[in-house]
Ligand binder design. Structure first.
Ligand code: SF4
Length: 453
């Protein structure tokens, strides 16, 4: 045991015992993990009884190596009780969990990051504000009361107008326990609203075959529905962005109805004409989409649906565009953005025939926005007289007093509308507070309210 730890145990993030079995490649993996442990301020200790937990790096090459590894895990469990297993045996199906169901976590070889995630979960890094330059929740560019939670990188789709897959590659999902740990730290740091983001939120976990991980000893699958369910335990607002319209999106609507996550779905439909959707390589026909929206509203009447669309995609005729306007009439979406199509270097859509002249694109965007402004204004008007929960983003002063600038559950920061609430001079509100207001007035995008009685 290091003297530094004996002299001042509070300087250490914890004591880790390490058993390294197997070939030189496994040894290199062990060295990576040990280096990372020391870099993060953990002590490496030589005995089971002085360790807070034990990592066993296993070998699974031949039967005798499997046996030796399973025995080493059993010994560590008997002597210490808290064991994380990594290495080749971890990659051999469920053999470790079947023989030793009490291990804290199991990873395969070359998985230093996953091992560190498991160690962080069971032996969290202490934060010392006098020494650490980075707070436990990391450095964030958003205000203190909301935070973006990125769950994956890359995308498996090949929408013809988009070059993200060629820039960032195919989907790579973050381990769900890692995401949940970050959410836990953010909630502990005072964040009141998590904005779940990725290129394709509904595809979460496809790349890892929806692998089961462990968070606080509880199994959680790397999958959107299970992630939402798990995020709801932090008791803060959870808002989903960039949900590609897969069929299993239907599974999360009941979670919204139960109040586990916000009844808000940011789902980019992009168009409604089947011909244009096909040229874009997007899924779903508009009839199916309308049917699904109807079902979602039946299950969760308060759901807010936000979407984005592209006008002037190559080959879009006046008829296709009118199909899009008809779709808006039928779908009665709550929040909508529209962009004029423009070529992106390297996108497949550049090669398509039927480029739409710039002036026509702009005219279509204007017609689209005019149509949606009418729908939005009528929908917002239905809020007058209702009581809504709002989160306070800002407090501003003018000649007549102070005003809260807030958002309802239907409004994401920066892209949706705001609620303005006059408050008396001696009010006690702070940015990030969630309170109840009664809506008194609306326009096409914003609302005005008074504090609820
Ligand atoms: S538009 Fe979205 S879903 Fe389509 S390829 Fe790009 S990132 Fe993926």
């Amino acid at each position: 045991m290091s003297t530094e730890n004996q002299n001042n145990p509070t300087n250490s993030n914890g004591r880790v015992g390490f058993v390294s079995l197997g070939c030189p490649k496994a040894t290199v993996d062990s060295e990576h993990i040990l280096t990372q442990l020391r870099a993060e301020g953990y002590d490496i200790v030589p005995s089971y009884d002085t360790a807070d937990l034990v990592v066993v790096n296993t070998c699974g090459f031949i039967d005798s190596a499997v046996e030796e590894s399973l025995e080493a895990i059993g010994e560590a469990l008997n002597e210490n009780g808290k064991v994380i297993v990594t290495g080749c045996l971890g990659a051999k199906g469920d053999i470790v969990k079947e023989t030793h169901p009490n291990v804290l976590a199991v990873t395969g070889p070359h998985a230093a990051d996953e091992v560190m995630t498991a160690i962080h979960e069971h032996l969290p890094v202490k934060h010392d504000p006098f020494i650490d330059l980075v707070p436990p929740q990391g450095i964030r560019l958003t205000p203190k009361h909301y935070a973006y939670l990125k769950i994956s990188e890359g995308c498996n789709h090949r929408c013809t107008f988009c070059i993200i897959p060629s820039l960032r590659g195919d989907l790579v999902s973050r381990p769900v326990n890692d995401v949940l740990l970050e959410a836990e730290r953010l909630a502990a740091a005072g964040v009141k609203e998590l904005l779940v983001v990725s290129q394709d939120t509904s595809a979460y976990g496809v790349d890892v075959k929806y692998k089961t991980e462990f968070y606080n000893g509880t199994p959680v699958r790397t999958r959107m529905t299970e992630l939402c369910e798990a995020l709801s335990q932090f008791g803060i607002w959870v808002r989903l962005h960039y949900v590609y319209p897969y069929p299993h999106v239907n599974e999360i609507i009941p979670l919204m109805a139960e109040g586990k996550i916000l009844p808000y779905l940011d789902i980019p439909f992009q168009h409604a004409s089947p011909k244009i959707l096909k040229a874009m390589k997007r899924p779903a026909s508009s009839e199916n989409t309308l049917q699904r929206i109807k079902q979602w509203r039946e299950i969760c009447p308060e759901i807010t649906i936000r979407s984005t669309f592209i006008a002037g995609f190559p080959g879009e005729t006046e008829e296709d565009f009118e199909a899009l306007l008809d779709f808006l009439d039928e779908a009665q979406l709550d929040r909508v953005g529209c962009f004029a199509y423009s070529d992106v270097d390297g996108a497949k859509a550049n090669e398509l025939d039927g480029a739409v002249p710039e002036s026509v694109k702009q005219e279509r965007v204007a017609r689209f926005m005019e149509k949606q402004a009418g729908i939005s204004a009528a929908k917002l008007k239905q809020n007058i007289g209702t009581t809504r929960s709002v989160i306070i983003d800002d407090i501003v002063a003018d000649d007549t007093g102070e005003q809260l600038v807030a958002r309802t559950t239907s409004d994401a920061p920066d892209i949706d509308g705001l609620v303005y609430i006059d408050v008396p001079e001696n009010h006690h509100y702070k940015v990030g507070d969630i309170t109840q207001v009664t809506i008194t007035d609306t326009d096409a995008y914003d609302m005005w309210a008074k504090l609820a009685e």
